[in-house]
Design a protein around this ligand. Structure first.
Ligand SMILES: [Zn+2]
Ligand SMILES: [Zn+2]
Length: 166
């Protein structure tokens, strides 16, 4: 399977039983197929946070303006749920197989902040992603609301655990 963003060969990484296809060593994007969704829902938040800090190469961001084809279906174009230049983030989904392509490079960068600043920075980052776009998805129609819920499970899986307390 090829990375939809940079055509690098994706590597399968298994974390807590969740199979993720990762663009390791290039853009750092992550592909979640629909068979992982139910399993992710049952996990404790934050278990997948190591996926945010997989090895990335600098300077592979030129693809951001382009449309990407689904790495699984290969012919379907992914549609974009969320895109932020400031946040260095992108969340796309295939309307055919329902897989999610997630690139949270901006979030990964926050991990290099001084420890005292990380928690707040990460909180703000997730708040932005969720409020800016995912909340809006919920309002559109039932199916979109369901996709938004799945996306939140995936984000919870990736986000450091203590961000979700309270
Ligand atoms: Zn890539
Ligand atoms: Zn697809």
């Amino acid at each position: 399977m090829k990375c939809p963003a940079c055509q690098n060969e994706l590597h399968e990484i298994v974390v807590a039983g969740i199979k993720v296809q990762a663009c390791r060593g290039e853009c750092g994007g992550l592909w979640f197929d629909r068979f992982q969704f139910k399993k992710i829902q049952a996990l404790k938040p934050g278990i997948g946070q190591s996926l945010l800090t997989i090895e990335r190469a600098e300077g592979v961001k030129i693809y951001r303006g382009a449309e990407h084809t689904c790495p699984a279906c290969e012919t379907t174009l992914l549609y974009r749920h969320f895109f932020s230049v400031d946040g260095n983030a992108e969340i796309n989904q295939c309307s055919k197989c329902r897989g999610f392509w997630i690139d949270l490079a901006g979030l990964a960068k926050l991990q290099s902040l001084p420890t005292s600043q990380i928690k707040q920075a990460v909180e703000k980052y997730f708040e932005t992603v969720i409020n800016e776009k995912i909340s809006g998805m919920r309002l559109l129609h039932d199916d979109m609301a369901q996709q938004a819920q799945i996306l939140i499970w995936i984000l919870q899986f990736l986000c450091p655990e203590d961000q979700w307390e309270g």
